[in-house]
Design a protein around this ligand. Structure first.
Ligand code: ATP
Ligand code: MG
Length: 329
Protein backbone atom coordinates (compact mmCIF):
# COMPACT_ATOMS: atom_id res chain seq x y z
CA UNK A 1 0.00 0.00 0.00
CA UNK A 2 2.63 2.47 0.99
CA UNK A 3 4.43 2.05 -2.32
CA UNK A 4 1.26 3.05 -4.15
CA UNK A 5 0.95 6.10 -1.96
CA UNK A 6 4.62 6.87 -2.58
CA UNK A 7 4.03 6.56 -6.34
CA UNK A 8 0.97 8.78 -6.16
CA UNK A 9 2.86 11.37 -4.13
CA UNK A 10 5.78 11.27 -6.55
CA UNK A 11 3.43 11.65 -9.45
CA UNK A 12 1.81 14.62 -7.77
CA UNK A 13 5.20 16.17 -7.28
CA UNK A 14 5.89 15.69 -11.00
CA UNK A 15 2.57 17.29 -11.84
CA UNK A 16 3.31 20.13 -9.46
CA UNK A 17 6.63 20.73 -11.21
CA UNK A 18 5.00 20.42 -14.60
CA UNK A 19 2.49 23.07 -13.53
CA UNK A 20 5.34 25.43 -12.66
CA UNK A 21 7.36 24.90 -15.78
CA UNK A 22 4.85 23.89 -18.39
CA UNK A 23 4.43 25.76 -21.68
CA UNK A 24 1.47 25.54 -22.44
CA UNK A 25 0.64 25.93 -18.79
CA UNK A 26 -1.95 23.44 -17.66
CA UNK A 27 -0.80 19.85 -17.49
CA UNK A 28 -3.02 17.15 -18.82
CA UNK A 29 -5.31 15.59 -16.31
CA UNK A 30 -3.56 12.32 -15.86
CA UNK A 31 -3.50 9.23 -13.80
CA UNK A 32 -1.41 9.11 -10.67
CA UNK A 33 -1.60 5.36 -10.74
CA UNK A 34 -2.96 2.82 -13.19
CA UNK A 35 -5.52 4.75 -15.16
CA UNK A 36 -5.70 3.57 -18.74
CA UNK A 37 -7.85 6.27 -20.31
CA UNK A 38 -5.65 9.26 -19.41
CA UNK A 39 -7.31 12.33 -20.88
CA UNK A 40 -5.81 15.00 -23.08
CA UNK A 41 -4.37 18.31 -21.99
CA UNK A 42 -6.56 21.36 -21.61
CA UNK A 43 -5.19 24.88 -21.71
CA UNK A 44 -5.37 26.99 -18.61
CA UNK A 45 -8.09 29.59 -18.24
CA UNK A 46 -7.53 32.97 -16.63
CA UNK A 47 -9.03 33.24 -13.21
CA UNK A 48 -9.07 36.99 -12.96
CA UNK A 49 -12.78 36.73 -13.60
CA UNK A 50 -13.43 35.00 -10.29
CA UNK A 51 -15.93 37.26 -8.65
CA UNK A 52 -16.57 37.74 -5.00
CA UNK A 53 -19.38 35.46 -3.88
CA UNK A 54 -21.16 38.56 -2.61
CA UNK A 55 -21.67 39.59 -6.22
CA UNK A 56 -23.52 36.43 -7.07
CA UNK A 57 -27.19 36.36 -6.71
CA UNK A 58 -30.10 34.04 -6.93
CA UNK A 59 -33.79 34.27 -6.28
CA UNK A 60 -36.39 31.86 -5.18
CA UNK A 61 -39.74 31.35 -6.78
CA UNK A 62 -42.49 31.58 -4.20
CA UNK A 63 -43.11 28.11 -2.89
CA UNK A 64 -46.60 26.84 -2.31
CA UNK A 65 -47.27 27.46 1.36
CA UNK A 66 -47.48 24.13 3.10
CA UNK A 67 -50.46 23.87 5.36
CA UNK A 68 -49.37 23.19 8.95
CA UNK A 69 -51.63 20.17 9.01
CA UNK A 70 -49.59 18.57 6.19
CA UNK A 71 -45.93 18.89 7.16
CA UNK A 72 -44.98 15.94 4.95
CA UNK A 73 -46.02 17.65 1.73
CA UNK A 74 -43.07 18.42 -0.56
CA UNK A 75 -42.78 22.11 -1.32
CA UNK A 76 -40.39 21.70 -4.26
CA UNK A 77 -38.92 25.17 -3.97
CA UNK A 78 -37.14 26.42 -7.06
CA UNK A 79 -34.16 28.76 -7.03
CA UNK A 80 -32.90 30.76 -10.00
CA UNK A 81 -29.12 30.54 -10.16
CA UNK A 82 -27.42 33.47 -11.84
CA UNK A 83 -25.74 31.39 -14.52
CA UNK A 84 -24.14 34.36 -16.27
CA UNK A 85 -22.40 35.42 -13.04
CA UNK A 86 -21.36 31.85 -12.27
CA UNK A 87 -19.95 31.45 -15.77
CA UNK A 88 -18.07 34.76 -15.45
CA UNK A 89 -16.69 33.55 -12.12
CA UNK A 90 -15.16 30.54 -13.80
CA UNK A 91 -17.75 27.87 -13.01
CA UNK A 92 -19.14 25.28 -15.40
CA UNK A 93 -22.61 26.30 -16.59
CA UNK A 94 -24.97 24.92 -19.23
CA UNK A 95 -24.69 28.26 -21.07
CA UNK A 96 -20.97 27.73 -21.71
CA UNK A 97 -20.66 24.07 -22.68
CA UNK A 98 -17.46 24.72 -24.64
CA UNK A 99 -15.53 26.59 -21.97
CA UNK A 100 -12.15 25.25 -20.90
CA UNK A 101 -13.43 24.39 -17.46
CA UNK A 102 -16.41 22.52 -18.97
CA UNK A 103 -14.02 20.44 -21.11
CA UNK A 104 -11.87 19.66 -18.11
CA UNK A 105 -14.84 18.45 -16.12
CA UNK A 106 -16.05 16.31 -18.99
CA UNK A 107 -12.82 14.39 -18.48
CA UNK A 108 -12.93 14.42 -14.70
CA UNK A 109 -16.50 13.18 -14.35
CA UNK A 110 -16.23 10.30 -16.81
CA UNK A 111 -14.73 7.58 -14.57
CA UNK A 112 -16.94 8.70 -11.69
CA UNK A 113 -20.00 8.17 -13.86
CA UNK A 114 -18.76 4.82 -15.10
CA UNK A 115 -18.36 3.65 -11.50
CA UNK A 116 -21.68 5.16 -10.42
CA UNK A 117 -23.45 3.29 -13.19
CA UNK A 118 -21.75 0.04 -12.21
CA UNK A 119 -20.07 -0.13 -15.60
CA UNK A 120 -16.53 -0.32 -14.25
CA UNK A 121 -14.54 -3.53 -14.15
CA UNK A 122 -15.94 -4.11 -10.67
CA UNK A 123 -19.19 -2.99 -9.15
CA UNK A 124 -18.66 -0.10 -6.75
CA UNK A 125 -21.00 -0.17 -3.77
CA UNK A 126 -22.81 3.20 -3.37
CA UNK A 127 -20.94 4.48 -6.41
CA UNK A 128 -23.51 7.27 -6.81
CA UNK A 129 -22.41 8.77 -3.46
CA UNK A 130 -19.42 11.00 -4.24
CA UNK A 131 -17.62 13.16 -1.69
CA UNK A 132 -15.33 16.00 -2.69
CA UNK A 133 -12.77 16.68 -0.01
CA UNK A 134 -9.16 17.73 0.60
CA UNK A 135 -6.52 17.51 3.28
CA UNK A 136 -6.69 21.12 4.41
CA UNK A 137 -8.95 24.17 4.15
CA UNK A 138 -9.23 26.36 1.08
CA UNK A 139 -7.89 23.89 -1.49
CA UNK A 140 -10.89 24.03 -3.83
CA UNK A 141 -13.40 21.50 -2.49
CA UNK A 142 -16.44 23.71 -3.02
CA UNK A 143 -15.27 25.01 -6.40
CA UNK A 144 -14.76 21.47 -7.67
CA UNK A 145 -17.89 20.01 -6.05
CA UNK A 146 -20.02 22.67 -7.76
CA UNK A 147 -18.32 22.17 -11.10
CA UNK A 148 -18.66 18.43 -10.91
CA UNK A 149 -22.35 18.72 -10.02
CA UNK A 150 -22.98 21.25 -12.79
CA UNK A 151 -21.10 19.19 -15.35
CA UNK A 152 -22.95 15.98 -14.50
CA UNK A 153 -26.30 17.79 -14.48
CA UNK A 154 -25.59 18.84 -18.07
CA UNK A 155 -25.57 15.17 -19.10
CA UNK A 156 -28.66 13.84 -20.77
CA UNK A 157 -29.08 10.89 -18.45
CA UNK A 158 -28.12 12.11 -15.01
CA UNK A 159 -29.84 13.90 -12.21
CA UNK A 160 -27.66 15.38 -9.49
CA UNK A 161 -28.15 16.30 -5.85
CA UNK A 162 -25.45 18.63 -4.52
CA UNK A 163 -25.24 18.51 -0.71
CA UNK A 164 -23.45 21.18 1.32
CA UNK A 165 -22.05 18.91 4.00
CA UNK A 166 -19.42 21.41 5.14
CA UNK A 167 -21.85 22.38 7.86
CA UNK A 168 -19.35 24.31 9.99
CA UNK A 169 -18.26 26.54 7.08
CA UNK A 170 -20.95 26.20 4.45
CA UNK A 171 -20.33 28.05 1.22
CA UNK A 172 -22.50 26.60 -1.54
CA UNK A 173 -25.34 28.90 -0.48
CA UNK A 174 -23.03 31.91 -0.77
CA UNK A 175 -21.71 30.93 -4.18
CA UNK A 176 -25.20 30.19 -5.49
CA UNK A 177 -26.82 33.11 -3.65
CA UNK A 178 -29.38 30.86 -1.97
CA UNK A 179 -31.86 32.28 0.48
CA UNK A 180 -31.81 31.11 4.10
CA UNK A 181 -34.02 28.11 4.68
CA UNK A 182 -34.09 24.54 5.87
CA UNK A 183 -31.29 22.22 4.83
CA UNK A 184 -29.15 19.31 5.91
CA UNK A 185 -28.83 20.37 9.56
CA UNK A 186 -32.58 20.88 9.85
CA UNK A 187 -33.17 17.38 8.53
CA UNK A 188 -30.78 16.04 11.16
CA UNK A 189 -32.42 17.76 14.12
CA UNK A 190 -36.09 17.78 13.18
CA UNK A 191 -37.65 14.60 11.89
CA UNK A 192 -40.83 16.44 10.97
CA UNK A 193 -39.00 18.05 8.08
CA UNK A 194 -39.20 16.09 4.86
CA UNK A 195 -36.19 15.81 2.60
CA UNK A 196 -38.15 17.38 -0.23
CA UNK A 197 -38.88 20.42 1.96
CA UNK A 198 -35.19 21.10 2.40
CA UNK A 199 -34.10 20.53 -1.19
CA UNK A 200 -34.03 23.30 -3.75
CA UNK A 201 -34.62 22.66 -7.41
CA UNK A 202 -32.70 25.00 -9.69
CA UNK A 203 -33.02 26.49 -13.14
CA UNK A 204 -30.43 23.91 -14.19
CA UNK A 205 -32.97 21.28 -14.98
CA UNK A 206 -31.30 18.24 -13.47
CA UNK A 207 -29.54 19.95 -10.55
CA UNK A 208 -31.04 19.97 -7.06
CA UNK A 209 -29.26 21.45 -4.04
CA UNK A 210 -29.47 20.52 -0.37
CA UNK A 211 -28.02 23.53 1.49
CA UNK A 212 -26.45 23.11 4.92
CA UNK A 213 -29.48 24.75 6.52
CA UNK A 214 -29.98 26.61 9.78
CA UNK A 215 -26.67 27.03 11.66
CA UNK A 216 -26.51 24.79 14.71
CA UNK A 217 -24.05 24.89 17.63
CA UNK A 218 -23.48 21.14 17.36
CA UNK A 219 -23.24 21.12 13.57
CA UNK A 220 -20.06 19.07 13.37
CA UNK A 221 -21.31 16.43 15.83
CA UNK A 222 -24.52 16.20 13.82
CA UNK A 223 -22.58 15.48 10.65
CA UNK A 224 -20.94 12.49 12.31
CA UNK A 225 -24.14 11.32 14.02
CA UNK A 226 -26.32 8.26 13.54
CA UNK A 227 -28.95 10.62 12.17
CA UNK A 228 -26.58 11.49 9.33
CA UNK A 229 -25.96 7.81 8.63
CA UNK A 230 -29.71 7.22 8.50
CA UNK A 231 -30.19 10.25 6.23
CA UNK A 232 -27.56 9.10 3.76
CA UNK A 233 -29.16 5.67 3.68
CA UNK A 234 -32.53 7.26 3.05
CA UNK A 235 -31.06 9.36 0.24
CA UNK A 236 -29.61 6.23 -1.30
CA UNK A 237 -32.99 4.48 -1.06
CA UNK A 238 -35.05 7.39 -2.38
CA UNK A 239 -32.74 8.51 -5.13
CA UNK A 240 -30.87 5.41 -6.27
CA UNK A 241 -30.49 6.75 -9.79
CA UNK A 242 -29.26 10.19 -8.74
CA UNK A 243 -25.63 11.19 -8.44
CA UNK A 244 -25.25 12.69 -4.96
CA UNK A 245 -22.24 14.97 -4.49
CA UNK A 246 -21.16 16.01 -1.01
CA UNK A 247 -19.04 19.14 -0.50
CA UNK A 248 -17.22 18.22 2.69
CA UNK A 249 -14.96 19.62 5.40
CA UNK A 250 -11.21 18.97 5.12
CA UNK A 251 -9.99 15.52 6.16
CA UNK A 252 -7.07 16.54 8.34
CA UNK A 253 -8.77 19.36 10.22
CA UNK A 254 -11.94 17.59 11.20
CA UNK A 255 -13.02 14.11 12.20
CA UNK A 256 -16.51 14.38 10.76
CA UNK A 257 -15.21 14.38 7.19
CA UNK A 258 -13.70 10.96 7.86
CA UNK A 259 -16.98 9.66 9.26
CA UNK A 260 -18.80 11.02 6.22
CA UNK A 261 -16.23 9.29 4.01
CA UNK A 262 -17.21 5.89 5.38
CA UNK A 263 -20.58 6.17 3.63
CA UNK A 264 -19.20 7.11 0.22
CA UNK A 265 -18.67 4.93 -2.82
CA UNK A 266 -16.24 7.41 -4.40
CA UNK A 267 -14.10 10.22 -3.01
CA UNK A 268 -12.42 13.01 -4.96
CA UNK A 269 -9.42 14.40 -3.06
CA UNK A 270 -8.56 17.90 -4.22
CA UNK A 271 -4.86 18.70 -4.03
CA UNK A 272 -3.86 22.31 -4.44
CA UNK A 273 -0.88 22.73 -6.72
CA UNK A 274 2.14 24.34 -5.07
CA UNK A 275 0.49 24.28 -1.69
CA UNK A 276 -0.68 20.92 -0.39
CA UNK A 277 2.25 19.03 1.07
CA UNK A 278 2.97 15.46 0.09
CA UNK A 279 2.79 14.41 3.71
CA UNK A 280 -0.66 15.95 3.95
CA UNK A 281 -1.84 14.09 0.86
CA UNK A 282 -0.50 10.81 2.20
CA UNK A 283 -2.04 11.35 5.59
CA UNK A 284 -5.37 12.38 4.06
CA UNK A 285 -5.43 9.21 1.96
CA UNK A 286 -4.83 7.02 4.97
CA UNK A 287 -7.94 8.48 6.63
CA UNK A 288 -10.16 7.29 3.77
CA UNK A 289 -8.61 3.90 3.11
CA UNK A 290 -11.93 2.12 3.39
CA UNK A 291 -13.52 3.93 0.45
CA UNK A 292 -13.51 1.73 -2.66
CA UNK A 293 -12.66 4.51 -5.13
CA UNK A 294 -10.41 7.47 -4.50
CA UNK A 295 -9.45 10.01 -7.12
CA UNK A 296 -6.95 12.79 -6.78
CA UNK A 297 -7.46 16.04 -8.55
CA UNK A 298 -4.64 18.56 -8.83
CA UNK A 299 -6.22 21.99 -8.68
CA UNK A 300 -5.06 25.47 -9.63
CA UNK A 301 -1.93 24.67 -11.53
CA UNK A 302 -0.24 27.94 -12.36
CA UNK A 303 0.27 28.93 -15.97
CA UNK A 304 3.59 29.82 -17.55
CA UNK A 305 2.53 33.44 -17.71
CA UNK A 306 3.64 35.05 -14.49
CA UNK A 307 0.34 36.67 -13.70
CA UNK A 308 -1.84 33.90 -14.97
CA UNK A 309 -3.74 31.95 -12.43
CA UNK A 310 -4.97 29.03 -14.34
CA UNK A 311 -6.98 25.95 -14.01
CA UNK A 312 -5.20 22.74 -14.30
CA UNK A 313 -6.07 19.32 -13.23
CA UNK A 314 -3.77 16.49 -12.57
CA UNK A 315 -6.08 13.64 -12.18
CA UNK A 316 -5.51 10.23 -10.87
CA UNK A 317 -7.09 7.24 -9.37
CA UNK A 318 -5.82 4.06 -7.89
CA UNK A 319 -6.48 0.64 -9.27
CA UNK A 320 -9.42 0.66 -6.91
CA UNK A 321 -11.41 2.68 -9.41
CA UNK A 322 -11.90 -0.34 -11.53
CA UNK A 323 -10.98 -3.04 -9.04
CA UNK A 324 -12.34 -2.28 -5.61
CA UNK A 325 -10.70 -5.33 -4.12
CA UNK A 326 -7.35 -3.67 -4.55
CA UNK A 327 -8.54 -0.45 -2.93
CA UNK A 328 -5.25 0.59 -1.48
CA UNK A 329 -4.26 3.94 -2.95
N1 ATP B 1 -9.36 25.90 -10.13
C1 ATP B 1 -9.71 27.08 -9.62
N2 ATP B 1 -9.74 28.15 -10.39
C2 ATP B 1 -10.11 29.36 -9.92
N3 ATP B 1 -10.46 29.59 -8.64
C3 ATP B 1 -10.45 28.56 -7.80
C4 ATP B 1 -10.09 27.25 -8.23
N4 ATP B 1 -10.17 26.41 -7.17
C5 ATP B 1 -10.56 27.18 -6.13
N5 ATP B 1 -10.72 28.46 -6.50
C6 ATP B 1 -11.11 29.58 -5.64
O1 ATP B 1 -10.31 29.49 -4.46
C7 ATP B 1 -11.08 29.83 -3.32
C8 ATP B 1 -11.09 28.64 -2.36
O2 ATP B 1 -11.76 27.56 -3.01
P1 ATP B 1 -12.92 26.75 -2.30
O3 ATP B 1 -13.84 27.62 -1.53
O4 ATP B 1 -13.52 25.87 -3.33
O5 ATP B 1 -12.03 25.89 -1.28
P2 ATP B 1 -12.52 24.91 -0.15
O6 ATP B 1 -11.55 23.79 -0.11
O7 ATP B 1 -13.94 24.58 -0.36
O8 ATP B 1 -12.34 25.83 1.14
P3 ATP B 1 -12.92 25.53 2.61
O9 ATP B 1 -12.01 24.50 3.21
O10 ATP B 1 -12.83 26.88 3.27
O11 ATP B 1 -14.32 25.03 2.44
C9 ATP B 1 -12.48 30.19 -3.81
O12 ATP B 1 -12.55 31.57 -3.98
C10 ATP B 1 -12.55 29.49 -5.16
O13 ATP B 1 -13.47 30.11 -6.05
MG1 MG C 1 -15.60 24.76 0.87
Amino acid sequence: MSSLIEKAAERLEQLRRAGLDAQPPAPAPQALAAQPQAPAAQPAAPAAAVASPAAWSGSVAPAPVAAPAEPQRPTARVVQLDLAALGAAGFVTPDLPRSTIASQFRVIKRPLLVNAAGRGASVVQSGNLIMVTSAMAGEGKTFNAINLAMSIAMEQDHRVLLVDADVARPSISKVFGLPPGPGLLDLLVDDRIEMADAMLRTNVDKLTVLPSGTPHPRATELLASDAMTALIQEMGRRYPDRIIIFDSPPLLLTTEARVLATHMGQIVVVVQAERTLQTQVKHALTTIEACPVKLMLLNQVRGGDQDAYGYGYGYGQGPAATAPETASL
